[in-house]
Ligand binder design. Sequence first.
Ligand SMILES: Cc1ncc(COP(=O)(O)O)c(C=O)c1O
Length: 401
Amino acid sequence: MKPVKVSTRGATSPASPIRKLVPLAVKAKESGKTVHMLNIGQPDLTTPQPMWDAVLKNPPAVLAYSPSEGFPELRRAMARYYEKLDIRIGADQIIITTGASEALVFAVASIADPGDEILIPEPLYANYIGFSHMLGVKVVPIPTRPEDGYHLPPREVWEEKISPRTRAAIVCNPGNPTGTVYRPDELEMVLGIAKDHGLFVVADEVYREFCFDGERHRSFMNYRDTEDRVILIDSISKRFSACGARIGAVSTTNREAYEACHHFSQARLSPPTLGQLMAVDAFAFDDDYYAELAGAYVKRRDAVMEELSKMPGVLCEVPKGAFYAMAKLPVDDSDTFAAWMLSDFSHEGETTFVAPGGGFYATPGAGKQEVRIAYVFEADVMRRAMEVLGKGLEAYPGRIG
Ligand SMILES: Cc1ncc(COP(=O)(O)O)c(C=O)c1O
């Protein structure tokens, strides 16, 4: 009998830092602890009622496949939403996907072959590493620094990293995990580099409306002279608090990239039908909806920042967008600390689950003292979760400084 063997790609695939400690959190809950789940961007806000009504008041008789590229009603609704944002994308340039996650896989698979390279500002959204690995594409990190608010380094730093295999840059704006909202001059620099070196720009804008303190989001798609090199990634998960609907989109005016994504979409048949039905009317929500949304998250962020500022040895830049904060903690190793918080620590029956920072870096060994905090709960809950985190830091045996 010959044994079976998984692929090298399978055997070496990294676990997501967002989810790898979940078994410890489950155990902690089973032991009776309350666990503040700040490891994942799962908002607590109620999914808007009109979205539920769309399926509950008028359920389809047959839960059928949709077209591979998604229902035309949803694509048209998205095109109208984009038009209001001065993003010129037609309904026939949008492909609805199973979350932004699938949109990213389609985008990168359509522009990079195994062995090709993609530039990504670091710290980065951890799953960029996971799906690039799956596609055999190498992530080349572009370093950013907390003292610069994680804004982009100058052109020379990017150009040093470009090789004959470089195919694209992925830019997440506002940034996960940094909360950075990029300025127009930064977007123009990236587009300039992309033009000079024949690169695509994959623009992950799933947190577009989550901008605070007067910051204004600008899209790569607002530029008219990109020569069809931008691929826009979107999602309803965060802006409509509908992570479980699994609806995203990949859009581009680049005909060849569109066709490639379209063929990939056919290979997986169709995106979720119910989620699409829920999303159609949501894209018509007005500015008040988004203002209220951003207002809710500012309160949460402010609560987190205030509590973190009271903790000796903790450093955290004020995030200007999305709903995450990268914090540097006085610990020997944030993996060990996060695991210890779940398995060994509690304060008045509670503990706080944060995502260890290492997984948000493609650079080996980086982020060892950082954690990502998702401020996805009401301000009072966030305050309490931070208080528990602070108590944990005081008691942690691997505390340094
Ligand atoms: C930057 C970024 N892109 C993509 C995704 C994936 O979103 P979706 O739920 O639509 O797959 C996330 C989810 O947290 C994200 O933060």
